[in-house]
Design a protein around this ligand. Structure first.
Ligand SMILES: Cc1cc2nc3c(=O)[nH]c(=O)nc-3n(C[C@H](O)[C@H](O)[C@H](O)COP(=O)(O)OP(=O)(O)OC[C@H]3O[C@@H](n4cnc5c(N)ncnc54)[C@H](O)[C@@H]3O)c2cc1C
Length: 443
């Protein structure tokens, strides 16, 4: 009997731990063929003529793919890397290696699902099946206490019901060894220049280092718990709240680490310290799930019809206002310092994101979709549902009835103090009860 080979198409799941497609493939097939495609589509120009993917994220992605390859090699396998359209490359490799099935993780956003559909159609032509797995969320879609069409649009209702009626599944096992067919040409990783980008300059003022890959993601997770901030209760009666956010988003976005891995590590540390100090991190993970499930539920109708034409300036006045925002020259110190940091590093924390987004939409009256596209280009952790979802939420363009208390913009951007032109860790003053806690995150 001939050997069965399954092609594992890696996308935003660049890890060997808690990766169901990799585990399933090793269980169902004799040989596994791991493949990653750098799709030129993501390196084209956006409507503003700027790269869809900026150089910080592209570098992070290359590092993550390199680390995945090295981890797969240490398990006896390899990673085939190609630059090109997956709808052409995946069927070609499938034929060349005579695979019997292709596995991948299902995405939710429009562009990502369109690519999956093209690959699926191309595979059908060679009589092969693309098997979809669900693996990007904290709560598995099938464990939700409601069908997708009935997911509450209100975050607070979603949170309450999910936490009450659903459980997070345990992480899946990591294969000990992966057998692969003899690979003739594994392919070179692209350089940034090949992707049409320049090497980003690392700003010496940046305190956070983002190096792509599962290995650094796992270290980063442990550092988070080693940081004494974890031991400070976010609700403590304190006058100052430090930014103890995890800085895991870049790794979560390309799947170097899974939401479940983070969740179960939080639970482990909470049990060991007999506290609930990780609850705030779990709350943030839930926001990520919420936006993903909203995309799943509403598809392209996630934004209300008027989303593209709400009250904004138009023409040169809008362009000018947008330009001052992008370049950090609005004259509002906190906004400008946040934008300087975003441009110089690809990362600002959630509070800065909320403030600059609000300022663009409310004060400068620029269409929110321009801000979202700029974030898509510049963020090192860009993730379609999280980015477009948060922007639409801030612009008031989603289906959420706004009955929740989790977004609490209790200060106008102009009132925020900063004596630096580059925001690193911002320490907002909170009231002593902690009730109106201004966190780096929606509360
Ligand atoms: C306008 C705007 C655009 C955003 N765009 C993105 C994006 O493209 N990619 C992205 O990962 N996050 C995005 N966020 C959410 C959030 O700002 C970042 O996830 C967070 O700042 C990352 O830092 P952290 O890892 O330290 O977060 P932590 O506070 O440590 O939170 C842990 C994780 O929870 C998730 N998370 C936290 N807050 C949110 C949120 N509001 N919505 C969705 N997920 C959340 C992230 O995966 C994050 O890594 C955006 C927020 C705003 C307001």
């Amino acid at each position: 009997m001939s050997e069965k080979t399954i092609l594992v198409w890696f996308r935003n799941d660049l890890r060997i731990h808690d990766n169901e497609i990799l585990l399933e493939a090793t269980r169902k097939a004799d040989k596994v063929l791991p493949v990653y495609c750098f799709d030129p589509y993501y390196f084209t120009k956006n409507a503003a003529g700027e790269p869809k993917t900026g150089s910080f994220r592209a570098r992070f992605l290359i590092e993550s793919v390199a680390n995945l390859r090295s981890n797969l090699r240490s398990m006896g396998s390899d990673l085939i890397v190609r630059i090109g359209n997956p709808a052409e490359i995946i069927p070609q490799l499938a034929e060349e290696y005579q695979v019997s099935e292709v596995y991948h993780h299902r995405e939710v956003a429009y562009e990502e699902t369109a690519i999956s559909e093209q690959v699926e159609t191309a595979l059908w032509k060679v009589k092969l099946n693309l098997k979809h797995f669900i693996g990007h969320t904290l709560y598995h879609k099938e464990d939700l206490p409601f069908p997708i069409k009935d997911i509450p649009d209100s975050f607070s209702t979603f949170k309450k019901k999910v936490e009450r009626d659903s459980n997070v599944r345990p992480c899946v096992d990591t294969p000990e060894h992966i057998s692969s067919p003899a690979i003739n040409d594994a392919g070179e990783l692209p350089t940034l220049q090949q992707l049409g980008l320049d090497e980003p300059a690392d700003d010496p003022r940046a305190t956070d280092q983002f190096t792509g890959g599962e290995t650094t993601a796992l270290c980063r997770l442990q550092q988070y718990f080693a940081n004494t901030d974890f031991l400070i209760s976010p609700k403590a009666k304190t006058t100052v709240y430090t930014d103890n956010s995890s800085k895991l988003s870049a790794w979560l976005s390309v799947g170097c680490i899974s939401m479940r891995q983070v969740y179960w590590e939080v639970i482990k540390h909470e049990q060991a310290s007999n506290t609930h100090h990780g609850d705030i991190l779990i709350l943030e993970l839930l926001w990520r799930d919420y936006f993903r499930f909203m995309f799943k539920k509403h598809g392209q109708k996630f934004y209300k019809a008027e989303a593209l034409s709400h009250d904004t300036l138009n023409g040169p006045a809008e362009d000018e206002a947008f330009d001052t925002w992008k370049t950090g020259t609005t004259g509002i110190p906190f906004i400008d310092a946040s934008m300087h940091k975003l441009n110089a590093t690809g990362y600002i924390n959630n509070y800065s994101r909320q403030m600059v987004a609000l300022y663009l939409v409310r004060n400068l009256k620029v269409n929110w979709t321009k801000g979202a596209a700029y974030f898509e280009q510049t963020l090192i952790d860009y993730s379609p549902a999280s980015n477009w979802g948060n922007w639409a939420f801030i612009a008031g363009m989603t289906h959420d009835p706004k009955d929740n208390r989790y977004f609490n913009f209790n200060k106008a951007a102009e009132e925020l103090e900063t004596n630096s032109d580059f925001v690193n860790t911002w320490l907002p003053v909170v009231n002593t009860s902690g009730d109106n806690l201004v966190t780096s995150d929606p509360i």
